[in-house]
Design a protein around this ligand. Sequence first.
Ligand SMILES: [Zn+2]
Length: 230
Amino acid sequence: MDSATHLAMGIAIGGLATVDPAFQTPDISMLGLMGAMVVAQQAPDIDTILKLKGNGIYIRNHRGLTHSLPFLLIWPALITLVFGYAFQFNWLHLFLWSCFAVCLHVFVDIFNAYGTQALRPFSRQWIGLGFINTFDWYIFGSHVLAVLLWMLYRQPLIIFGTMYLSLIAYYVLRYSIQRSVRRSTIRLIDDEVEEIMISSTSHFFSMAYCCHYKRYLLCCTRLSDTGHDA
Ligand SMILES: [Zn+2]
């Protein structure tokens, strides 16, 4: 996902973490807890700095090593060291919540077309399911709304629990849409196509697809509610 969504997700996790008795002592630093969760949500995307070395290096490596299996533990360990020491948090609970934030980051990235090397070092394959756009208004908006409601009503379990349930339903809906578009597209195209890749866009009723032909021709077209746009 994009940085704004990860920021909203980090704040939401920070809000949800307040249900943990370990973070309910009177002298607890809410700023420190929020900071830890926001950093945990952003940490895997630190490889964005590779843009400074050029777009080619960035595209080849972004969401690679920093999203790999070892880093699901390395990022939380580093965050626990820094924030646990600075704010005197319960180290184990901070580590577990940081793990949740980092794992959720990598997990949601898998649904974008860009993909991640989430199974590295066991596999270097890029995993990208493509039915959620890198920026999705519903995902971003539901987090912002939930954070606002939490600030007003202080009911983290109900508010964020409802938000996560609605997001699960939304992911299922987006997957169903992608599957039905794939089926109808396969019916429209000719037998020369060996593979078809469909991914969502920032518009709810619009999807992009690429057809890989036997004669190595790659055709990219956009499907929308108004028909086909070249
Ligand atoms: Zn990422």
